[in-house]
Write a protein that binds this ligand. Structure first.
Ligand code: ADP
Length: 492
């Protein structure tokens, strides 16, 4: 099959979160199974143009009643055999993408012209196919920035060369939908009849993800459990109704992890590699982590790690909220160390700086640091993810394969990947809690720390069990292929 991934992020080019990992690693897994995959994304400033190859000539893209002109660049995704490479194409438009930040900058977190930027991007996808003379069987869009591609396919392009193309939309996070003033609809160049027919309308605003969900031939999200949760009022962010309506075309496929990057046996970011048969490297990583974080270098004290965007979704309010967060209390009351890496909401970054100065056993580094995220996964004994909701979650899978026991809320992809500890039978791979509140976090950490000091054999058995699990992409990529084939069969 010929598959075109339409995404605002893809590693190693542009990343703010798990979406970027997923797009590239799924593409790689599909290519390894023999499919022809291309990726298209905007050319932001963070993508160095001098390392890309320019396609000849400029490209015109219909916008509103007129046309916008751009350049197209290309590069191969690293790490693939030359016989089946994945080409990434970059849409280069100075006014829309020639700036720092993918969706925004700290002073303007959601660029005012985002609806215009991503309308342009989604329309450019079709012009790109014409330009390179390559028409996909499957147009696979990811999240709200790419959600207009299925809409354009359905209402503008499904004739001529795209007559046999189907669209798939993957929802990575329902919390971000791209809701803007409907004045922006003019950039699509489509009629108001289509505005209502495609379901853009959202309380007199324009909702890009909603229109994508209505228009795509197939839909999925990134874990089976989140697919079910997203159809409920509690988790559906007001789109539960249309997800229920489209449930025959909607499924959950768990993300895999890129085992070329996340594998303790080959990891180049950690002091010494290790595997299930020889765990010396993990001890070294713990030592290095304690040193780097200025924590006392004691191998007997359990280290809890956390690597996260610092936003409400990740449970940071319940952890670090001034006066009510549980981190202060569990670090004060329990014999443990807590190593944190993250960036995000300003209040939380400030609170972490303050907690780091008050507590000798809690240390936080603010920022985005790939190397350190690997060291935390390898050097910690436990990894904390108290998410409010978690469509898939990658860090708990990294943790399991690094012999680091996850402590997670029982939600979304965390439910699908972690099995709760049973202290009577010794079974399980992690520690889980149902309700998200500071007390539940405190109690579950207490339970894990109790097990560390009192049930050490069970803890070691859990580590081993986690390391034996297979989270590689091969199985999930097969499920995507199944979905593509099913969609092609029902649509064209
Ligand atoms: P989400 O996509 O919701 O942020 P995931 O768990 O699916 O959550 O993926 C997060 C990804 O981003 C992981 O690869 C994680 O290691 C990485 N990450 C998040 N914050 C940081 C940070 N401050 N430094 C380095 N990597 C980070």
């Amino acid at each position: 099959m010929k598959i075109l991934m339409v995404s605002s992020e893809a590693v190693p080019f542009a990343k703010t979160g798990g979406l970027a990992d997923m797009v590239s690693s799924l593409s790689t897994a599909l290519a390894k199974q023999g499919h022809k995959v291309k990726i298209v994304l905007p050319r932001y400033y963070c993508i160095d143009r001098t390392r890309l190859e320019a396609l000849e000539g400029a490209m015109g893209v219909p916008m509103g009643g007129g046309e916008e002109w751009c350049k197209v660049y290309t590069a191969s995704l690293p790490g693939l055999p030359p016989k089946n490479p994945i080409e990434a194409y970059f849409i280069d438009h100075e006014q829309f993408f020639g700036r720092d930040g993918i969706y925004g900058v700290p002073s303007e977190p959601d660029f005012l012209d985002n609806p215009r930027r991503f309308t342009f991007f989604c329309r450019a996808v079709f012009q790109l196919c014409r330009k390179i003379g390559w028409y996909p069987d499957v147009l696979h869009s990811h999240d709200w920035p790419a959600a207009l591609a299925p809409v354009f396919l359905k209402f503008r392009e499904r004739s001529g060369p795209f007559g046999n193309t189907v669209s798939v939309l993957t929802i990575h996070n329902l919390g971000y939908q791209g809701i803007y003033s409907k004045d922006n609809y003019q950039h699509t160049g489509m009629s108001w009849e289509i505005f209502y027919h495609a379901g853009f309308d959202d309380w007199n605003m324009m909702n890009l993800l909603k229109a994508g969900i209505n228009s795509a031939d197939s839909l999925n999200t990134v874990s089976p459990h989140y697919a079910e949760e997203s159809k409920t009022q509690e988790y559906g962010f007001r789109l539960d109704g249309i997800l229920r309506y489209r449930s025959a075309d909607y499924r959950g496929i768990l993300n895999g992890i890129d085992t070329d990057i996340w594998n303790p046996a080959t990891d180049t970011f950690i002091p010494e590699t290790y595997d299930i048969n020889d765990m010396k490297g993990k001890k070294k990583a713990k030592e290095a982590l304690q040193k780097e974080y200025g924590l006392s270098r004691n191998p007997d004290v359990p280290v809890i790690g956390l690597v996260s965007r610092l936003t409400g979704q990740k449970g940071v309010g319940e952890l670090f909220g001034p006066a009510y967060g549980s981190a202060y209390s569990f670090c004060r009351d329990m014999d443990l160390q807590f190593a944190i890496l993250g960036s995000g909401e300003a209040w939380c970054e400030n609170e972490l700086r303050s907690l780091s100065s008050q507590l000798p056993n809690l240390k936080a580094k603010i920022g985005y640091d790939e190397r350190l995220s690997h060291l935390i996964e390898a050097g910690s004994d436990f990894f904390l993810m108290p998410s409010r909701y978690e469509p898939s979650g990658l860090n708990q899978m990294y943790s399991l394969s690094y012999g680091t026991i996850p402590i997670v809320r029982n939600t979304g992809g965390l439910t699908d990947t972690v099995e709760n500890f049973n202290q009577d039978t010794g079974t399980g791979t992690g520690f889980m809690f149902d309700e998200l509140n500071p007390q539940a976090v405190y109690n579950t950490i207490g339970w894990a720390i109790w097990a560390w000091y009192n049930r050490r054999e069970q803890i070691e058995a859990m580590r081993t069990r986690g390391m034996k699990l297979d989270f590689s992409w091969a199985a999930s990529a097969k499920k995507y292929i199944e979905m593509y084939e099913w969609t092609l069969k029902k649509t064209v």
